[in-house]
Design a protein around this ligand. Structure first.
Ligand code: NAP
Length: 285
C-alpha cells in the first residue's frame, strides 16, 4: 500500500480501540482491489466525540465505523439515520457525503448476509429464539423483524431487559415478540417451534460456561447461530454440530457488517473471503 496525495481515509473510533481487527480486514480488501484508501483506528474518548466528528468532516474523511462507547451518543451528531439505525437506536457506520453525515447500522444486514451465505435463505413466516438482550440482540431482533419473521422469543438472564427490548421493537415493527427469563417454563416450547436459535449472550465466549439452554431441546430442524466469533466454535455450536444440526458461527457476521460499510463508503462490495482471511489472521484463530 502506498500513501499518496490522493489517498482517501476511512477508519473506526472507540475507547478502547487498539484491539480492533477492522484495520487489517478493510486494508486487505483495499489492497486486493488496488484502491487508494487507508483504514485507521482512532482512539476517541467520550468527551471528544463531537470534536472528532467535526474534524472528520473538515478533513474530508470518507467514512467511519463507530464502536463502544459511542454507538448511541453519536446519533445527535448525524444529519440522517438509516431505517435500521433508527430502529436499533445505535450507529456503527458514518458516511460523510456532500457536507452531510449519514448514520447507518450494518450489524443487522451483516447478520442476515452471513446467514444467507451459509444457505439459510428465508425466515419469512418462521419462529426464532434469541438468547440475550444486549446491544447485538437489539440489532438482530430488528433484522429478523425486517426479514418478516412470524414470531421472535427473546430469552435473557435479566428478564426485564428482554421485556423492554421486545416491547420496543414489537411496537416499532408490528412483529410478534415474546420475552422471558432463561428459566422461563415457556422457553422449551419456544425452541421446539422455532427454526432458528440465535445466541448473542457473551457467556458463550467462555467454553467452560454451561449452556444457557438444555441441549435436549435442540431438534433436527433447528439452525443454531452463535454470533460469538472468539472462540469460533462455542460450546453451543459444538453440541449442536454433534447432534447433526446446521450451525453458523459469528465470524461471517463480523465480516459482512464490515463489507456492507465498505460498500457504503466506496460503492463497491469488497472480496469477503479476503476480509475473512485477514480477520482470522488478525484474531490469531
Ligand atoms: P452486551 O450488550 O453487553 O450484552 C451481553 C448479553 O449477554 C446480555 O444479554 C447479558 O445478559 C448476556 N450475558 C452475559 N453474561 C451472561 C451469563 N453469564 N449468563 C447469561 N447471560 C449472560 O453485549 P453485546 O454487544 O450484545 O455483545 C454480545 C456478544 O456478541 C459479545 O461477545 C460480542 O463480541 C458479540 N458480537 C458479535 C458480533 C459479530 O459481528 N459476530 C457483533 C456484535 C457482538 P444480562 O442482560 O442478564 O446481563
Amino acid at each position: 500500500m502506498q500513501i499518496t496525495g490522493k489517498t482517501k481515509i476511512v477508519g473506526v473510533i472507540g475507547d478502547p480501540i487498539e484491539h480492533s481487527c477492522s484495520p487489517q480486514m478493510h486494508n486487505a480488501a483495499f489492497e486486493q482491489l488496488n484502491m487508494n484508501y487507508v483504514y485507521v483506528a482512532f482512539h476517541v474518548k467520550a468527551k471528544d466525540l463531537k470534536a472528532a466528528v467535526d474534524g472528520f468532516k473538515a478533513l474530508n474523511i470518507v467514512g467511519i465505523n463507530v464502536t463502544i462507547p459511542h454507538k448511541q451518543s453519536v446519533i445527535p451528531l448525524v444529519d440522517r439515520l438509516s431505517r435500521e439505525a433508527e430502529l436499533i437506536g445505535a450507529i456503527n457506520t458514518l458516511v460523510f457525503k456532500e457536507g452531510e453525515i449519514e448514520g447507518h447500522n450494518t450489524d443487522a444486514r451483516g447478520f442476515i448476509a452471513a446467514m444467507k451465505e451459509e444457505g439459510v435463505n428465508t425466515l419469512c413466516g418462521k419462529s426464532v429464539v434469541v438468547l440475550g438482550a444486549g446491544g447485538s440482540a437489539r440489532a438482530i431482533v430488528v433484522s429478523l423483524a425486517l426479514e418478516g419473521v412470524k414470531k421472535i422469543s427473546i430469552a435473557n438472564r435479566t428478564a426485564s431487559k428482554a421485556i423492554q427490548l421486545a416491547s420496543d421493537i414489537s411496537q416499532k415493527t408490528g412483529t410478534e415478540i415474546h420475552s422471558m427469563g432463561l428459566d422461563d417454563k415457556s422457553l422449551p416450547e419456544a425452541v421446539s417451534e422455532s427454526s432458528l436459535l440465535v445466541n448473542t449472550a457473551s457467556a458463550s465466549m467462555n467454553l467452560e460456561h454451561p449452556l444457557l439452554i438444555n441441549e435436549d431441546w435442540l431438534h433436527r430442524q433447528l439452525v443454531v447461530y452463535d454470533i460469538i466469533y472468539n472462540p469460533p466454535e462455542t460450546r453451543l455450536l459444538k453440541v449442536a454440530k454433534e447432534k447433526g444440526l446446521k450451525t453458523i458461527g459469528g465470524i461471517g457476521m463480523l465480516v459482512h457488517q464490515g463489507a456492507i460499510a465498505f460498500d457504503l463508503w466506496t460503492g463497491q462490495y469488497p472480496p469477503v473471503d479476503t476480509m475473512r482471511r485477514a480477520l482470522i489472521n488478525a484474531l490469531g484463530l
